[in-house]
Design a protein around this ligand. Structure first.
Ligand SMILES: *Cc1c(COP(=O)(O)O)cnc(C)c1O
Length: 428
């Protein structure tokens, strides 16, 4: 404990590399192999035909997802970005409609809105959960608001009771981006299943994955049908299917393959185990780190569980008298990998700052479809901005498969850094 900080030339606390997180095992190898040997790697047909809904593994995986998450419909897509685009289209968004989204998310939440020539409006985050703030949603509602996209950031559900009640009062649709929180619970239900439509990512960095992929979930028959159409060349299918309302029936190829779905079937069975493992790691961090002054640990809402895609923290840098960047450098020097300052503020991306998305002349913001002047200037989301610029620090839980000894070593590095705050205060 008394040894010199690694940042100042002392020995590092952690000298080994931790085991890489890898949810893929022998079961997935076998499942993929069986599909490859069958010769049917995808069985979709982009027309009104028995194979419009895909082949056997797609159907099996979707049925399993619906059962697992307790929803009427699960619809696979080739990425969750595709899933978000399909969701915005399927709820019937019109060009120029405003959709409220938080800035603390992956950029695809906002661009999915733009894809339908609708307008992302950023509401601030809740100071405790980092998810969209219901109060800020209310503050951003205009006569042009048509939907809310709630993001279950870092692994915890947004406050869905409050959000659904706002939506009901203002006749808005709600989409849940639960990419980072598969398996997290909110009041006895799975995160992602409380909105009109929600879903999960199956990309390489998420709790379970199939390389790339996504799962949409909904209880609404009409939305489900429209999601399936947008996934698979809607414009060529509507007539045969007898769809008369052509709203947003512009299709894509968002189809997920048989190999991915076969792997998804075995991955889904392991989800609970992986989430449980992350929760145990977080509990162990909580036990050790709770004694450190000036450090706020993750706040889990009552009646919720956290899936810990990230272990989010806040630093009281004023009380500590140490700059956040200095603390993080000191932790990194001790061998803590996956620790970083701030999180992406999507509204600060060049696309929104310069309002250049489709073409180079400000479409859709400068066109007639946009009902009013939209502001993306710094200051519109003060909590998200302050946290990003000054006080937020996140530990990526998706990088390593940490055992108890690893967690204790990381915690030891934190304790060492906190024992040397006086030296760190002198670093400008
Ligand atoms: C990963 C992620 C996405 C995008 O998922 P892909 O499957 O990579 O397209 C969207 N939103 C959030 C919050 C994410 O973490």
């Amino acid at each position: 404990m008394n040894s010199q900080l690694a940042l100042l030339g002392g020995p590092a606390t952690i000298t080994q590399n931790f085991k890489h997180y890898n949810p893929i095992g022998e079961e997935e190898v076998q499942a993929a192999k069986e599909v490859i040997e069958s010769g049917v790697l995808s069985q979709f047909i982009g027309a009104w035909h028995p194979d419009f809904l895909g082949g056997p593994k797609v159907k099996e995986f979707e049925a399993l997802c619906a059962k697992h998450f307790g929803v009427k419909h699960a619809i696979t897509v080739n990425s969750w970005t595709s899933g978000l685009i399909a969701a915005v289209g399927a709820i019937g968004i019109q060009p120029g409609d405003e959709v409220i989204v938080p800035p603390w998310t992956m950029c695809a939440s906002a661009t999915a809105i733009l894809h339908w020539n609708a307008i992302p409006v950023f509401a601030d985050i809740d100071p405790q959960t980092f998810c969209i703030s219901p109060q800020s949603i209310e503050d951003n509602i205009t006569p042009f608001t048509k939907a809310i996209m709630a993001v279950d950031i870092f692994g915890q559900s947004a406050d869905m009771d409050a959000i659904m009640s706002i939506a009901k009062r203002h006749h808005l649709k709600v989409i849940s981006d639960t990419a980072q929180a598969p398996g997290a619970m909110y009041k006895g239900k799975y995160a992602g299943t409380l909105a009109d439509v929600g879903g999960f990512s199956l990309n390489y960095h998420k709790h379970i994955h199939t390389g790339e992929g996504g799962i949409l979930v909904t209880d609404d028959d009409e939305i489900a049908k429209r999601l399936q159409l947008i996934r698979n060349h809607a414009e060529a299918v509507v007539q045969g299917m007898g769809m008369t309302d052509l709203t947003n029936m512009v299709g894509y190829n968002f189809r997920l393959g048989e190999i991915e779905c076969a792997m998804g079937i075995t991955q889904l069975k392991k989800l609970g185990h992986f989430v449980n493992g992350r929760q145990k790691v977080a509990q162990r961090f909580n036990q050790t780190l709770s004694s450190l002054p000036g450090l706020t640990l993750p706040h889990v809402m009552p009646d919720s569980t956290h899936a810990y895609y990230v272990y989010p923290m806040l630093l009281d840098t004023l009380a500590l008298g140490v700059k956040r960047e200095t603390l993080i450098k000191a932790l990194q020097a001790e061998g803590v990998t996956g620790i970083g300052a701030g999180y992406q503020n999507v509204h600060m991306l060049p696309m929104f700052q310069q309002k250049i998305a489709y073409g180079s002349h400000g479409f859709p913001w400068t066109s007639d479809i946009c009902h009013r002047e939209i502001s993306y200037t710094k200051g519109i989301c003060p909590v998200a901005e302050k946290y990003h610029d000054e006080t937020y620090m996140g530990f990526a839980m998706c990088l390593h498969d940490l055992n108890h000894a690893d967690v204790d070593l990381i915690a030891k590095a934190f304790l060492k850094v906190w024992n040397h705050l006086d030296e760190l205060k002198r670093i400008p």
